[in-house]
Design a protein around this ligand. Sequence first.
Ligand code: TXA
Ligand code: MG
Length: 327
Amino acid sequence: MRVATMPTRRLPAADPAAIADAAALLRAGALVAFPTETVYGLGADATDSAAVVRIYEAKQRPRFNPLIAHLPDVAAVEGQGVLDAPARRLAEAFWPGPLTLVVPRAPGGDVCDVARAGLDTVALRVPAHPVAHALLVAAGRPIVAPSANRSGRVSPTAADHVLEDLDGRIAAVLDGGETPVGVESTIVACLDGTPRLLRPGGIPRAALEAVLGARIDAAQAEGGVRAPGMLASHYAPRARVRLDVTEIRDGEAALLFGEGEPEGCARAVATLNLSARGDLAEAAARLFAALRRLDASGAATIAVAPIPAEGLGEAIRDRLARAAAER
Ligand code: TXA
Ligand code: MG
């Protein structure tokens, strides 16, 4: 694999000159990680297939897994994808924000083939983070950005996490502090008049349903559209992950939620609480950093207390189930 080693620059996002530098790097075909409200993305010029190929190489990402194109506003989205009526309602309600829409590509769209993995659909998102917005405006073209981690690993919610995985493999990271939402965007396919949930994420399912005035079902795994990136094993720390535990075993690290404690908690080698007050938004924001920290404790297994499935809990449980999947 031809990944040039280079020092990765850490650019302070508060500095307007840093945004300009990052945009110039992107336009020159380099890879730049940047904060969004969900997680840090690894950006490349979506119209430059050589630049996009570098993402797959830096992340060691399977080539069949398409990328999300990020745009500064809905007007820019119109040039890339065709939004039907439900897609338009979702866009109005949730953009800018942690929502990705998979739609037919627009005739004049210039998100390249490699970025779409050859599909005639395209995944589009207008992020709400001010740094992402400023960067997209300065870049002046769609920017594809998967989460800025090595493929299959835990997504980054801080610039340090990006460097842990990708230092020396990318040109720069725009450091904008911790990302506020903490889990990736909700992905909805709007292709045949019936929106389908491809990935639970930062917008809870109930919020989508309130706007659509209808239930929204997950896409079928067999046939039909699906997110090729939804591999069973993903978001994986080095340690094994055990879910919905009521008792901590010897040598385990404990990941808690709310006030209750599993039995035997005192014997945990390390303990973190995602939200002692039982707030799912707070838990989502802390999830990936907590997995990284408990992994660093050296425990062979991370034991996770039960987390309710409502609201952002659906996305949290989805990511934990993937972290726990057979590898
Ligand atoms: O919050 C997020 O969405 C973050 C930030 C950086 O924006 N990005 C992110 O990208 O999570 P990534 O690459 O880790 O996940 C993109 C998902 C993959 O599961 C991929 O299969 C799916 O989107 N996807 C992209 N294009 C698609 C398409 N045309 N049809 C179906 N699924 C698609
Ligand atoms: Mg990812």
